[in-house]
Design a protein around this ligand. Structure first.
Ligand code: HEC
Ligand code: HEC
Length: 349
C-alpha cells in the first residue's frame, strides 16, 4: 500500500472522531446553558416521618406548620371549588349543620371537627389533616380493615362527636372528603409530613396522675371549659364557644382522645387555647396529668366489641382489655408505659 492511499483510508476515522467531539461539546453546552438559564430545579420534597418533638421543623422539611396548608383563597371558583368550601365549612362549624339543632341533619353531640382538628385541620400537631389524602386508604389495626377517608370521617362522627355516620354518597361526606383531599393535594402519595397528627411527648417515669391533673385543670382549663368540664354554649345554643371535655355532650370512650397519650399530646401542642407545639404553655408533666384527670371523668360509652380483632396490636395505652399481656387496665390506661413497651419489643402508643 502507498502512503497516499493509507492517508485516504484514515480520513473517515478522523471525520468520525471530529463529529463525536462536536457532539460532546454541544451536549456539554446544552447542559450548562439549561443549568444557567433553565427553570429553577424544584426543591426535592423531604418527607419527615412524624419525628417531631418540640422546636422548629427540621431543615428542608416539606411543609412548615407555620404555613402548612394551601391558601384557601386559591380554591377554584367552580362547582368543585364550592364543594371544597362547603367541606371546610362543615369541618369548622359542624354543629351548625349536623348538631342537635343542625340545619341539614341532627347527627352529632354539638361539637365541631375543628374543636380537635384546629384551624380546620391545618394547625401543626393539632390533629392536622395534611397527610390524610396521601396515606389513605390504609390498613388500620383498630378495625383490622383497609379504611378509606369516608370510614375515618365516620369514625370521628360516631366516636369523637358521639353521633351517627353519614352515607358515603351524601353531599356532606363528599364535601368533607373533597376538602381533606384538597388540603393534601401537594403531598406525594405515601408521605407523612412534619406537623401531621400529634407531636411526640416523652413519657414520665411514673404513671400520669389524675389527682395532680385536677389541680392543673382548675388552674389552666376551667376558666373556659367550665368547672364541670361541661364547656360553654353559644348564646343561641347552636353549638359551643368552649367545647365540653367530659359529660354527656363530650367525646365517647371509643374516641381517639380517650387514650391518655393522644389527649396529652394534643393538650401539650394546643391548650390552653392559643398554645402551639412550638410555643406550648404546659410542662410535659402538666400535660400528662391533666390528660389523666380529664379521661377519668364520666362520658358516653360506645360498644366497641369489633375493635382490635388482633388484641396484640392494641397500643400500649389502650384503656380497655383484653390485653395480650398481664399488665393491669390501670397501668395500660395511665402508665408507666415503659415496662409494657419493654415486654413487647417494637410496640408503642
Ligand atoms: C373530640 C376530638 C375530635 C373531634 C371532634 C373530631 N376528631 Fe377526627 N380525630 C380525632 C383524633 C384524636 C384523631 C386521631 C386518632 C388516632 O389516631 O387514634 C382523629 C383522626 C381523624 C382523621 C384521620 C387523621 C389521620 O391523619 O389519620 C380524620 C380524617 C378525621 N379525624 C376527621 C374528622 C372529621 C371530619 C370530624 C368531624 C366530623 C372529626 N374528625 C372530629 C379527634 C377528633
Ligand atoms: C382560653 C380558653 C381555653 C382554655 C384556658 C383551655 N381551652 Fe381547651 N379549648 C378551647 C377552645 C376554644 C377549644 C376549641 C377550639 C376550636 O374549635 O378552634 C378547645 C378545645 C379543647 C379540646 C378538644 C375538644 C374537646 O372539647 O374535647 C380539648 C381536649 C381541650 N380543649 C382541653 C383543654 C385542657 C386540658 C385545657 C387546660 C390545660 C384547656 N383545654 C384550656 C379553649 C380553651
Amino acid at each position: 500500500m502507498k502512503p497516499s492511499e493509507e492517508r485516504v483510508q484514515q480520513l473517515p476515522h478522523l471525520v468520525r472522531l471530529l463529529m463525536l467531539l462536536t457532539a460532546a461539546v454541544v451536549l456539554v453546552l446544552v447542559v450548562v446553558l439549561t443549568k444557567i438559564y433553565g427553570p429553577p430545579a424544584a426543591s426535592t420534597p423531604v418527607a419527615v416521618e412524624d419525628e417531631a418533638t418540640q422546636g422548629p421543623p427540621p431543615a428542608g422539611s416539606y411543609h412548615r406548620p407555620a404555613t402548612p396548608a394551601p391558601d384557601t383563597a386559591l380554591i377554584p371558583r367552580t362547582a368543585a371549588g364550592r364543594q371544597i368550601r362547603y367541606g371546610r365549612e362543615l369541618i369548622a362549624n359542624t354543629a351548625h349543620y349536623l348538631g342537635p339543632q343542625g340545619s341539614v341533619l341532627h347527627l352529632t353531640n354539638g361539637m365541631n371537627c375543628q374543636n380537635c382538628h384546629l384551624q380546620a385541620g391545618t394547625q401543626g400537631f393539632a390533629n392536622n389533616y395534611l397527610a390524610v389524602a396521601a396515606t389513605y386508604p390504609k390498613l388500620r389495626a383498630r378495625s383490622g380493615q383497609v379504611e378509606g377517608i369516608e370510614k375515618r370521617v365516620n369514625d370521628c362522627l360516631e366516636r369523637s362527636l358521639n353521633g351517627q355516620p353519614l352515607a358515603d354518597s351524601s353531599r356532606e361526606m363528599r364535601a368533607m372528603v373533597a376538602y381533606i383531599k384538597w388540603l393534601g393535594k401537594d403531598i406525594p402519595k405515601g408521605k407523612k409530613v412534619y406537623g401531621t397528627g400529634f407531636m411526640k411527648l416523652p413519657y414520665l417515669d411514673r404513671a400520669a396522675d389524675p389527682v395532680i391533673g385536677k389541680a392543673v385543670f382548675a388552674a389552666k382549663c376551667q376558666s373556659c371549659h367550665g368547672p364541670a368540664g361541661q364547656g360553654q354554649q353559644l348564646a343561641d345554643n347552636s353549638g359551643y364557644q368552649y367545647p365540653p371535655l367530659w359529660g354527656p355532650h363530650s367525646y365517647n370512650d371509643g374516641a381517639g382522645l380517650f387514650r391518655v397519650t393522644n389527649l396529652a399530646k394534643y393538650v401539650k401542642a394546643a391548650m390552653p387555647y392559643g398554645a402551639t407545639f412550638d410555643h406550648p404553655q404546659l410542662t410535659n408533666k402538666q400535660a400528662w396529668d391533666v390528660a389523666a384527670f380529664v379521661n377519668s371523668q364520666p362520658r358516653p360509652h360506645l360498644r366497641t366489641t369489633h375493635d382490635w380483632p388482633d388484641i396484640s396490636k392494641k397500643p400500649v395505652d389502650h384503656p380497655f382489655g383484653p390485653y395480650a399481656d398481664a399488665f393491669s387496665v390501670q397501668q395500660h390506661k395511665f402508665g408507666p408505659w415503659q415496662p409494657i413497651e419493654a415486654a413487647h419489643p417494637g410496640k408503642s402508643n
